[in-house]
Design a protein around this ligand. Structure first.
Ligand code: PEP
Ligand code: MN
Length: 374
């Protein structure tokens, strides 16, 4: 079922493109919030953010100012004439925000991960029509993200947006949270109308990387950004390494280029059509070759089975990775891309070989295995 959420144009909010939500990670004092809000006013923001209840990894660290920050937030928003937003994680947070007429809510990544918590929020939101953004869950699980959106939709909300803030990973990477763009792209494919913001602050974890991730999001037609800005990041009580100063935020906004989905000029249209045609032809050849490769893998499976040879051949696999990687890198492809591509092809080839074994075994055995995978 397609979730009929409203596109950002129909949210009844002042709309500038891109839609910029900015403000400190946490409200720390009324003065800090107001000074930061005044500092970013010129950036043309659509929404002022500040966290009041902070989900911290360790106890004993700053966990937010709580309900007393609601009035600070409201007054800071009024001072710069911009609607305000904060994070909610419990029904009590929702009630407090509704009581203080906070304009927009967001659900944090850790909360999205827990369906019980999201359902409790959806129950608290029943009968309201406040806009809510749902951050991606910490694991790269698009179904969990869609599930959270669905719970809010079931509660009658229609102004529901999504925020891509990156995913936890055990790999050593440049970023605090891996961007994993394919997950938000899949979300957008599944719910095309959903307003999508990128939060480069939580993806990057450091200020100097924010521009490239923010621009990449705009290149992918995101509706806007959520950026953490603090009057004095070094002194911030949470996420100090990733917050921008108001000056850096203005510089970020100035440098960003907004992309369009298409252009009317006939020169552009002709050239893009030609290039797309070339891509279509290459994809066709690629699929034919892959199909042929899988057929051969299936034949190898037969041969191995007859000779009682294992499907997995570690040395051969190692040799394939090394040689194809070198070959691909020579052709200008990235090592990481080649590794992932080879892994997917290898996995499917093993599947083909095993399928063949199962096909020649008893029908029962194959059926059981198929059901198990569903
Ligand atoms: C935040 O926006 O300050 C925050 C806690 O974000 P996330 O839920 O993405 O970690
Ligand atoms: Mn933060």
């Amino acid at each position: 079922m397609e979730l009929s959420v409203l596109p950002l144009e129909q949210w009844g909010m002042p709309r500038k493109a891109p839609f910029l939500c900015a403000g400190p990670c946490s409200a720390e004092s009324e003065e800090q919030l107001l000074e930061t809000a005044r500092g970013i006013e010129r950036g043309g923001i659509s929404l002022l953010r500040a966290g009041l209840w902070k989900p911290r990894t360790q106890p004993g660290t700053f966990e937010g100012v709580g309900v007393r920050g609601l009035e600070w937030l409201t007054r800071a928003g009024q001072a710069i004439d911009v609607p305000v937003a904060t994070e909610v994680a419990t029904p009590q947070h929702v009630e407090a925000c509704l009581k203080h007429n906070i304009h927009v809510l967001w659900i944090g990544a850790r909360t999205t991960t827990n369906p019980f918590a999201v359902q409790a929020l959806a129950d608290a939101l029943l009968g309201t029509d406040i806009p809510v953004f749902v951050k991606n869950p910490i694991s790269p699980d698009v179904e969990l993200w869609i599930g959270a959106i669905h719970r809010l939709w079931n509660a009658g909300l229609r102004r529901i947006g999504a925020i891509h803030r990156g995913f936890s990973t055990s790999k050593k990477i440049l970023y605090r949270n891996a961007p994993n763009w394919k997950i938000p792209i899949e979300l957008k494919r599944r719910i095309p109308a959903i307003p999508l913001l990128c939060d480069p602050s939580h993806i990057c974890g450091r200020g100097d990387l924010i521009f490239s991730i923010a621009q990449e999001a705009l290149d992918l037609l995101y509706d806007g950004l959520m950026v953490e800005v603090h009057r004095s990041p070094a002194e911030a009580l949470s996420d100090s390494g990733q917050q921008l100063t108001p000056g850096e935020f203005h510089e970020l906004v100035r440098r960003l280029t907004i992309k369009r989905e298409s252009a009317d000029s006939s020169e552009y249209q002709t050239r893009i059509r030609e290039l797309r045609h070339e891509i279509d032809t290459i994809d066709e050849h690629m699929l034919q070759l892959l199909s042929k490769r899988m057929e051969i893998a299936a034949k190898m499976g037969d041969l191995k089975r007859k000779n009682n040879i294992s499907v997995l051949q570690p040395h051969r696999w190692e040799e394939i990775i090394e040689s194809r990687r070198a070959m691909g890198e020579e052709l200008g492809l990235s090592g990481e891309f080649l590794f992932q591509l080879l892994q997917i092809i290898h996995e499917e080839a093993i599947e083909q070989q095993e399928t063949k074994v199962r096909k020649t075994g008893s029908g029962e055995e194959r059926k059981e295995k198929t059901d198990e995978g569903q």
